[in-house]
Design a protein around this ligand. Structure first.
Ligand code: BGC
Ligand code: NOJ
Length: 817
């Protein structure tokens, strides 16, 4: 069952009915002002930080699931009938409905009682505001007298406090209404210098800023009193729930179209110029007025929209593939890249499954997100790397998360996730390979955000490396700490108290439990650091990295190899986890993926063996599950992993994030068909036809698909904000299609299904555009032996870095097997 279709030429997903199995969402904004919008106009907006600077209110876990958002009402003033052009909240039966989710915008179109409405929501580049451009057309053969009402609920800034501290909040709300613009200024009188505003391009018939007056007692958004009676109350909020609603009256001739623009924005004033007149408590509107005026003008709105489209042309144009597989093409060229932008911006903070109040930006998560983002806006990747590194501890450990607004490490969650530091090495490596910007390693960066503690970024990487060497356990494997990549494998936690956080509660000193995963990650990162050091002529350090990597490899062989796969960990009793010796959880995906990606076992067949085991024990038609057999009960010495019912999340769910590790590993062994098959199993576009089972958006990856032990095997959850975005993008672009960045240039090393006859990739890289055509006449899966570059033969498969040329460079490659 489908709920829409892809429109690849417009880079849109077109949702054709509003009652999707779950809200199918999109992100607005990609710089500082962000919004989440559902296919029925639900969602909310915030400035930079979903928790600390929330602009509009949203109630999570609502009934219906998605209720509250950027709502408009249309009212027929002849008969009093009213409806929502985005279906919600009135849910009137629309004659037509369509939601086009595009790159940074959503357009919801509908028709009811022969009135067509189309609303395009987007955030102009470089601004801290969102536009709702509403277009109304009268399809009747007589004039229509209609009213439009807008509706948003302001959040009192800190979304956590907003949802809990009612004894205070019900008294603090303040607004101003001037020249038809609604200003939300709660707490502006004291410590804030920012306010929100909601403006409308049409002359107002009225407005409301008191939610409870607009709705009326015991009513909800499906039946607001103001809309029902066809007249605003012109209410001014004093405390309670500040709200923004404009009322516009329109007469539409038969066939006539009219446009109304709404602008919802965030604005900051200099602290010493907050008020005008200075002695008053009135917002100084001097700097905001021109912004509002600009975007109430349709020509400027259209120009801004055009710019947004051009921005995405440019960003997506950096890597474009034309392969025989439509699902690969649209993921690589459009949606997966787009999702990588969202995960870069949000980390795991704000989606319909992440409340925006729970987590800031994750250290591990954000570093991995770079893998899929670094080529898109390298300058922002650079800034992110430096911000992340500044939250690193002097020990080389890391704050597990930081708040994007303050850029400070989050003390509540703290540190002790012993895999964290290594992801920084991999993130920095990816950045330098893309950009050649070696200077980043010399940037002075603080530790623990402490002024005066600055050291070159390179020193941070060294400390990441040493962190593990200083924390080895009884087998010589890295101690796991609170957890490694798998946040739910909590080997030092022993939690028996309801409500305790598995991640932060630690009652063991943690000197025994070890992680084979971190061992593999260490080898992976140490080799990267060795290359970086060698490139900087630090040969001793480079050798040391390689030596330690080799030592760790030996330890893995000795204590981390189980005969047919890599062990996962050792618990607090020194017993293996992820071993044939275990009753449940005999084999885990993570250690297979990370060890093979680190190059372990490539030469002696262990890698091959491990991947065969993955195929045999973990692969399902919906993707590869995290471990088998599933944990059928709670194991106190393993923690959260066994708290999930069988088949869900980390308990043998298809945790999509690490499927690409296996995909990459398969390509390293040259198994193009299998790599591609695994990729297709989780590719949301390829799952579009099973929308009733999959349920999440078919245009973005989900964090999890229920595993084979779950009653709902194949059902996806937690779409959008997942490491799956970056890793699948990385796997598809750099390992299957095989156009891979390196310190020395672009490697052309596709590993594809033998039946693919040809494909092309256009790649902008270090100032040049390469048009790479890969031919596969002999039906091989890999094996580029030489390249024809602008007609000249070049041995090997590396396109060396060359000075920027005005014309694209044409490259031909043939798979020789
Ligand atoms: C989830 C993990 C997540 C962790 C930390 C757990 O409940 O299952 O996927 O990483 O919480 O937020
Ligand atoms: C989600 C977290 O964001 C990520 O850091 C973690 O690796 C996975 N869950 C697995 O637990």
């Amino acid at each position: 069952m489908r709920y829409g279709h892809f429109d690849d030429s417009n880079r849109e997903y077109v949702i054709t009915r509003p009652d999707t199995p779950l809200p199918w969402i999109n992100y607005l904004g990609c710089e500082a002002y962000f919004g989440i919008i559902s296919n029925t106009a639900g969602g909310y907006s915030f400035y930079r930080d979903a928790r600390l600077r929330r602009i509009t209110r949203y109630r999570y876990n609502n009934v219906p699931f998605d209720f509250g958002g950027r709502y408009l009402y249309i009212r027929d003033n002849d008969n009093g009938q009213f409806w929502s052009p985005s279906w919600q909240p009135t849910r009137s039966k629309l004659d037509k409905y369509e939601c086009r989710n595009g790159m940074g915008y959503s357009t919801i179109s509908s028709s009811f009682a022969k009135i067509d409405a189309q609303t395009c929501y987007f955030v102009p580049l470089g601004e801290t505001l969102e536009i709702w451009k509403l277009q109304l057309t009268n399809r009747r053969n007589k004039p229509a007298k209609i009213s439009i009402f807008s509706s948003i609920e302001f959040c009192l800034w800190d979304a956590q406090d907003d949802a809990t501290n009612f004894q205070r909040n019900f008294s603090t709300g303040q607004v101003e209404v001037v020249d038809g613009v609604i200003y939300h200024k709660t707490e502006y009188r004291e410590r804030r210098n920012h306010f929100a505003y909601f403006a409308c391009s049409a002359k107002l018939a009225g407005f409301d800023t008191k939610r409870d007056t607009f709705l009326g007692p015991y009513r909800s958004w499906d039946n607001p009193a103001a809309v029902e009676r066809g007249k605003s109350f012109n209410s001014i909020a004093h405390g309670w729930a500040p709200h923004g609603s404009h009322h516009v009256k329109l007469n539409l001739k038969p066939g006539e179209t009219k446009q109304i623009i709404f602008v919802l924005g965030y604005h900051e004033n200099p602290v010493d110029q907050k008020f005008a007149p200075p002695a008053s408590q009135t917002i100084n509107k001097k700097t905001v007025k021109p912004v509002i005026a600009k975007y109430l003008d349709a020509a400027n709105v259209d120009a801004a929209f055009q710019k947004l489209r051009e921005y995405w042309d440019s960003v997506l144009g950096i890597y474009q593939a034309n392969s025989p597989d439509v699902h690969t093409n649209r993921m690589v060229n459009i949606w997966n890249a787009y999702q990588c932008m969202a995960t870069f911006n949000m980390s795991r903070s704000a989606s319909f499954y992440e409340s925006g109040i729970g987590r800031g930006l994750g250290f591990r998560d954000s570093n991995q997100d770079l893998l899929g983002f670094v080529h898109m806006v390298p300058a922002r990747a650079r800034e992110r790397i430096l911000d992340l590194a500044a939250t690193q501890l002097k020990t080389g450990g890391a704050f597990h998360q930081y708040q994007p607004l303050t850029k400070r490490g989050n003390n509540d969650i703290g540190s002790g996730f012993n895999d964290d530091p290594h992801w920084l090495i991999l993130g920095v490596g990816a950045y330098i390979k893309e950009t050649g910007d070696w200077s980043i390693l010399d940037e002075p960066v603080q530790f623990e955000n402490e002024p005066g503690s600055e050291q070159p970024l390179y020193e941070h990487l060294r400390r990441s490396f040493n962190y593990t060497l200083e924390r080895l356990g009884p087998h010589g494997l890295p101690l796991i700490g609170r957890a490694d990549w798998n946040d739910c494998l909590n080997l030092n936690c022993f939690s028996d108290t309801p409500g305790q956080s598995f991640q932060t509660t630690t009652n063991k000193d943690g000197k025994v439990a070890e992680s084979v995963f971190i061992a593999g990650l260490f080898v992976f990162a140490a080799k990267e650091l060795a290359t970086i050091a060698a490139k900087r002529n630090l040969n001793d350090q480079s050798m040391q990295c390689l030596k330690e990597a080799e030592k760790m490899e030996k330890v893995i062989y000795r204590h981390g190899w189980d005969g047919a796969w890599f062990v996962r960990a050792y618990d607090d009793f020194g017993k293996p986890i992820g071993s044939k010796k275990c009753d449940e959880g005999k084999i885990f995906i993570e250690s297979q993926g990370i060890c093979v990606m680190a190059g372990i076992g490539l030469r002696d067949g262990k890698a091959k063996r491990a991947l065969e085991s993955v195929n045999k024990h973990l692969a399902t038609r919906h993707g590869i599950v995290l471990q088998q057999p599933v944990f059928s009960k709670y194991y106190i010495h393993m923690g959260e992993i066994s708290s999930y019912p069988p088949g869900y999340k980390e308990n043998a769910g298809i945790f999509c994030h690490n499927n690409p590790w296996i995909i990459i590993s398969e390509t390293m062994l040259g198994n193009g068909a299998r790599a591609f098959d695994y990729y297709t199993r989780i590719n949301p576009s390829a799952r579009e036809n099973i929308g009733d089972l999959h349920r999440c958006e078919p245009y973005v990856f989900a964090q999890m698909i229920a595993g084979k032990d779950a009653p709902t095997h194949g059902e996806a959850k937690n779409s959008w904000l997942t490491g799956t975005a970056a890793w699948t993008y990385f796997a598809a672009t750099q390992w299957i299609l095989g156009i891979r960045t390196s310190y020395d240039g672009l490697i052309v090393d596709p590993v594809i299904p033998a039946k693919w006859k040809t494909f092309t990739v256009t790649r902008r890289f270090r100032g040049n555009t390469y048009i790479i055509e890969v031919k596969n006449p002999k039906a091989k899966q890999r094996g580029v032996k030489n390249l024809i570059v602008d007609g000249k033969e070049l041995p090997g498969n590396l396109l060396p870095i060359s000075p920027p040329q005005p014309k694209p460079i044409h490259v031909q490659a043939t798979l020789a097997g």
